[in-house]
Design a protein around this ligand. Structure first.
Ligand SMILES: Cc1cc2nc3c(=O)[nH]c(=O)nc-3n(C[C@H](O)[C@H](O)[C@H](O)COP(=O)(O)OP(=O)(O)OC[C@H]3O[C@@H](n4cnc5c(N)ncnc54)[C@H](O)[C@@H]3O)c2cc1C
Length: 198
């Protein structure tokens, strides 16, 4: 991804003028939509050409830097894993990072040592449990939507369970890992929900 703005073509990137507002989308405003759906019921694009673009180049940095010789520091949240805000993941990811690091501190205990190995291990836990999922989800929303993602969105309009599962993915993208990125897994899930049809 370069520095040129990219239109977010997935869930969030429906261009204005396509006849649907966010509030009118069945996956958002329909049964099983999130708690804030009523607030979006009459939402309109700000102008006919309004749409969402991605602009931030995603970055994953080395988590440990040296503040002074022999004084390693551990980076957290946006400082080490930066994604485009288009998917709305940064704040939750920052909070999860704080929680993972807090747990790592408590597990290590007062006497430490809080050395580089401990820092790298804490970051690895943050990356593997949370940050990689937020990163994958953000990338998915920045690219053109896959056919199976569109099938899932369409199914969300008919099946509240699918809408809820997609909504849960926005809140915690690790829940998408075993289905949303695979056409096979998505279609198997949709077939299960709809009892064979879609
Ligand atoms: C336009 C936009 C929209 C976004 N929308 C969403 C959204 O809808 N949902 C979502 O979850 N996330 C969203 N995000 C992302 C979210 O804001 C960030 O991921 C999150 O704030 C990262 O938290 P952080 O603590 O790492 O960094 P920050 O919140 O940026 O905090 C860093 C702090 O460090 C301070 N600081 C910087 N340098 C120094 C220094 N040298 N000395 C002392 N202090 C310093 C800064 O002033 C700042 O207060 C959005 C971001 C942008 C830019």
């Amino acid at each position: 991804m370069g520095s040129r703005p990219r239109r977010a073509a997935g869930l969030l990137g429906r261009p204005a003028g396509s006849g649907r507002t966010a509030g009118a989308h069945p996956g958002v405003g329909g049964p099983g939509g999130p708690w804030f759906a009523p607030a979006l019921a009459s939402a309109e694009p700000t102008d006919p050409r309004a749409s969402l673009y991605g602009r931030i180049t995603p970055v994953v940095r080395r988590p440990v830097a040296e503040a002074a010789p022999g004084r390693p520091v551990l980076g957290m949240a946006d400082a080490v894993v930066l994604n485009d805000p288009v998917a709305g993941q940064g704040a939750n990811t920052a909070a999860r990072c704080a929680a993972v690091y807090l747990r790592a501190v408590l597990e290590r205990g007062e006497d430490g040592p809080f050395d580089e190995d401990w820092m790298r291990d804490a970051f690895e836990r943050f990356w593997s449990d949370h940050a990689r999922h937020a990163t994958a989800y953000t990338h998915a929303l920045l690219g053109p939507p896959t056919e199976h993602a569109l099938r899932a969105m369409a199914a969300a309009g008919r099946h509240p369970e699918v809408a809820r599962r997609l909504g849960a993915g926005q809140e915690d993208p690790s829940t998408l890992a075993d289905w949303w990125y695979s056409a096979e897994a998505t279609d198997a899930y949709l077939a299960e929900v709809s009892g064979g049809g879609r």
